[in-house]
Design a protein around this ligand. Sequence first.
Ligand code: GCW
Length: 651
Amino acid sequence: MDMMYDCWLSAGKDDNFDRAKKYFCSVTAPDGRVVSSAVKELCNTAERLFGISPCVDGDADKGFVLRIDASLGAGAYKTEITDDAVYITGGDGNGVLYGVYRFLILTGGGYPDDRIAVSESPAYAVRMIDHWDNGDGGIERGYAGRSIFFSDYAVTEDMTRITDYARLLSSVGINAVCINNVNVHRNESYFITDRYLDKISALADTFGDYGIKLYLSVNYAAPIEIGGLDTADPLDSGVKSFWADMAKNIYAHIPGFGGFLVKADSENRPGPFTYGRDHADGANMLAEALRPYGGIVIWRCFVYNCHLDWRDRSIDRARAAYDHFKPLDGRFADNVYLQIKNGPMDFQIREAVSPLFSGLDKTNMFAEFQITQEYTGQQKDLCYLVPMWKECLDFNTFRNGKPFVKDRILGAAGVSNIGDSHCWTGAPLAGANLYGFGRLVFDPSLSAGEIAEEWVRASVTSDEKDSELITKMLLSSRDIYESYTSPLGVGWMVVPHYHYGVDIDGYEYSPWGTYHYSDCHGMGVDRTVATGTGYTSQYAPENADMYENIDTCPEELLLFFHHVPYTHMLKSGETLIQHIYDSHFEGADRAAELAHQWETLKGRVPDDYFETVRERFEMQTANAERWRDVVNTYFHRKSGIDDIHNRKVYD
Ligand code: GCW
């Protein structure tokens, strides 16, 4: 057993399996590809923990009894535990597999039988991980090493790590994976051709054994770049038949292929705008090509102009997705899914929930979350993201029928945080985000605390006191990260392009549309209808009114929605400038406190685990101090207002 590599499948790190040993004598299961992965998992666990090989036979009433009952529904499962047997019934093969993994994870975590004997049913049909892996092996926004799929423009043929990855993903209910970056460059455009399909189909097979469908990101301009056509116009018949041929060939290689993920007309990527067409034209054309095989198109809504003029304060990047896609509601084919980032900007530590979730009523929607910590500490700083994703899923849009985002979407995708690092996520504690994403999109009613605790107990330690401490650290981490970085929802202030560390004006005079507008009087973006960019009008009236009015706007989003004087009084009774000083001093102190808390676990977790995490906390402490000093000094210089507590603010 290797706790770093095995993550939450490190059954046996504590003694919790002893009482379950008796069940490992026998495994009874129906035939089936995915079910046989479940059987294999049980047999390997028996071998590893107890050195026994269970007898695998057709009809025993003891040990593990796996069954299928289609009436439970796809992916659902039910576990019952008696003295002699553990009955795991799945709605299909995936359900059986998920049930087996839940048994192993919860048993490993030392939970009592009544917690382990559960029945669950997935909230969404598609629960997906998106990789931003490039053919050369680099990972865009990756903080955990190189790609496990590609290197030097070749696809890996070693399925060991891929199998272990498939196990990790399916153990938390993931059933879809897109293996390549949405920015599809020249070489990766060929992934959909014979040059790569044999190798990619081997990956698809491995994932398929664990009930996971493989998807590919495609280059919208592929008809030109690899097809020799002179256009990628979605209404052109040559373009249509190019994609129809591609789809036919892909499905000949990969019968269970999921479909295409597309980033078009965004950040200089090609798209239908070039031809005077809109995104419904583009997406529907691809959807037609995939339709005969049951494939889907996942079309991203991260569409905005990245060549803005910072001098023009009337334009607002936050408006872009809604402005582009709202008018198209109802025009998308039924096998097109629009994938919407949780916020209207770009995965900041705090931003409003995208109004597009409320704007679309006749369109299939997926939510997109970023598990990789691009703007949230890059897997150096601890930042457990489940609380943030829950805010999005629990957001009330006030639209009729299904007001909450979690009920309006049909699936969710998370941008992967793994690479070839030994512990998968670079930082061992960042594993909580991958686990948490899977659990949350399987069952959005789970609390961030329940999920964190499960992860800690299964992955790190099930000792009562230690697991409680680590769970608490995870649960406070988002708040801590937020308090020493950019204040009250304004976002950005990061080192341009790299996106780690502080650079307050790094993007301020750039074309990227990410501004804070700080001057000597105040700061923040006026997104009101009355005096600003009018962004608030994209919400239903209940939310629009709340955000529009500075007195009812939730304070954590104050600077996201309003340009506010430094002397503005917050509900706490302190001024905005004082809040900035206080939160940055406290935030840096609390980051240092995390490091101290971790020190108390020395000798309580394996040394390599302890050390790897300790190093991260050292980096976080330094990062938080730097943010504190730069932010405090910057706003002291701008405002000329002193900290009332006279702490050290540099001149
Ligand atoms: O978060 C931003 C990143 C880009 C990324 C883009 C996107 C894959 O900085 O690296 O590109 O979003 O989501 O398309």
